[in-house]
Design a protein around this ligand. Structure first.
Ligand code: GLN
Length: 528
């Protein structure tokens, strides 16, 4: 088993996750089995308790693990289904070591960061690779080199390098090359300093990936190679790309694949980038354009909705329709009214927590219902579309979710039975992939071309079964259900051109070549 370790320098937000995913795509294209792992040096055990406004979307895997959004990038780029083992946090590592200490596993010893924490980190990396029979474990170390939190992880991968030997590990360091002054000179000093910081941790990089607006000038490549002691073919430009899906080809074009394979002593088992290239071609040759409003409450941080953005890219390529997203803050709808939605071809109300902005989202679903505008609701969006319908079509004034109004006379959305007794907030929701039965006559079954589907969940509340009969009689059909029909999963509005909402999150399983059927359906309906 070989290792590729990606570290980051200078500052965060340089697209280290995309660089890591792209390296994965290139190695996979050579027929190698790649096992991606994200290290997050924070103390949270998982990302589930983190605010999307600070950290971007919480991604959910099939097994219900709540993880960093980079795992979503890995799944989309590599077309794999990962598990919680692929996300290692400081919280997880310390919890495991402290549990072992309490059990007496280290009896008599002083338990220390080196070797006990670092051994645990190495063991976790090795185990996940072995479990999956990987050729390559591809590790992205979150944060920036020099952060106190990241030190034990850098030390662990340094030791790993010693143990497996130079020919079995490739260190990739991502940095920023800013451009200064009127002549637009590319400045290498931040890269120099961050490589020095990496070396101080005992790690000599094999590859430098330099982010910047443009490709590196040949002279600048040489200069970076010279002071970082990396061959010129190991210095790779990562200029701004028109789409993140271009990045693997940008790297490959500079010889990164060959260089990485040579350094690791690997031989290609096969060769295949055809599907990737076909996807890119479709993505870049739309025949039409539509505007879809994304009505959310974290719209200032686009990373909060990254899986929806990507699902629309996938749908866009499949439908050959360019999707322009219009970001609408739901509280602005409350203040300014529906004129913000008048020029759009479709509306998406995504998931969320907390009551800020919910009335705006309900109003958006009613606007779509009454004006025949194609509509998709997801999770909270599904619950709110039901509440809006209950208020308008059934005349149930004050209908709400008990999440937002515990005293509502009509709790159309209520706690899941198993949630009543739950006290802690970490990993206690209904999480992960569950099977859903679709009504064979429904539009949703046609979109999926299936009647049993598996989609991912993350919620505490559900449609209250007491209201189903009345809602269906008035035209809101629950065409997808799970757990022997007890739980409502998909709704469709009778007589509307496209009004589909789901309790699950179809965006989480969307892939470049297998777009989320409901997002694709929305884009096609919007283009009609
Ligand atoms: N807050 C809602 C619930 O807990 C919706 C969750 C979501 O949209 N992910 O059920």
């Amino acid at each position: 088993m070989k290792y590729v370790i990606v570290t980051g320098g200078v500052l965060s937000g340089l697209g280290k996750g995309i660089s890591t995913s792209s390296i994965g795509v290139l190695l996979k294209s050579k027929g190698l089995k790649v096992c991606p792992v994200k290290i997050d040096p924070y103390l949270n055990v998982d990302a589930g308790t983190m605010n999307p406004y600070q950290h971007g979307e919480v991604f959910v895997l099939d097994d219900g693990a709540e993880v960093d959004l980079d795992l979503g990038n890995y799944e989309r780029f590599l077309d794999v289904n990962l598990t919680g083992d692929h996300n290692i946090t400081t919280g997880k590592v310390y919890r495991a070591v402290i549990e072992k200490e309490r059990r007496g596993d280290y009896l008599g010893k002083t338990v220390q960061i080196i070797p006990h924490i670092t051994d645990e980190i190495k063991a976790l990396l090795r185990e996940v690779g072995e479990k999956e029979n990987a050729d390559i474990v591809l590790v992205e170390v979150g944060g920036t080199v020099g952060d106190i939190e990241g030190m034990p992880f850098l030390e662990a991968v340094r030791q790993l390098g010693q143990e497996v030997g130079k020919e079995n590990i490739l260190f990739v360091h991502t940095t920023l090359v800013p451009v200064m002054g009127a002549v637009g000179e590319q400045k290498t000093k931040p890269t120099q300093q961050s490589v020095r910081e990496l070396r101080a941790a005992g790690i000599q990089p094999n590859v430098i990936i330099a982010r910047g607006e443009h490709s590196l000038e040949p002279e600048i490549k040489k200069k970076i190679a010279f002071f970082s002691d990396v061959p010129v073919e190991g210095v790779i430009s990562a200029p701004d790309a028109s789409t993140i899906y271009d990045v693997p080809l940008l790297f490959d074009g500079q010889g990164l694949t060959e260089y990485a394979m040579k350094t690791l002593g690997l031989r290609a088992k096969s060769e295949d980038m055809r599907e990737w290239k076909a996807f890119l071609e479709n993505l870049k040759s739309p025949k039409k354009e539509v505007t879809i409003a994304l009505v959310g409450k974290y719209t200032h941080l686009k990373d909060s909705y990254i899986s929806h953005i990507e699902a629309f890219h996938h749908a866009s390529a499949a439908a050959r329709v360019h999707v322009k997203l219009k970001w609408v803050e739901s509280v602005d709808l409350e203040k300014q009214g529906m004129k913000l939605l008048e020029d759009v071809d479709g509306i998406l109300v995504p998931g969320g927590f907390g009551d800020r902005g919910i009335e705006g989202k309900i109003a958006a679903s009613r606007f779509a219902a009454e004006h025949d505008v194609p509509f998709q609701g997801v999770c909270l969006g599904f619950q709110l579309a039901t509440i809006g319908f209950a208020r308008e079509a059934l005349g149930l004034g004050g209908a709400n979710s008990s999440e937002f109004d515990p005293k509502t006379p009509h709790p159309v959305v209520d706690l899941l039975p198993e949630q009543h007794a739950v006290k802690g907030m970490g990993a206690t929701m209904r999480l992960g992939a569950h099977p859903i039965q679709l009504d064979p006559k429904s539009s949703t079954a046609k979109l999926y071309a299936a009647t049993t589907i598996h989609e991912r969940h993350r919620h505490r509340y559900e449609i209250n079964p007491a209201y189903i009969g009345k809602l269906e009689d008035a035209g809101l059909r629950f065409v997808g259900r799970s757990d022997d029909g007890r739980r409502m999963e998909v709704l469709e509005l009778t007589g509307h051109p496209y009004f589909i909402a789901s309790q699950f999150h179809p965006e989480l399983r969307s892939r470049p070549l297998r777009p989320s059927p409901i997002h694709l359906g929305l884009v096609r309906a919007a283009a009609r």
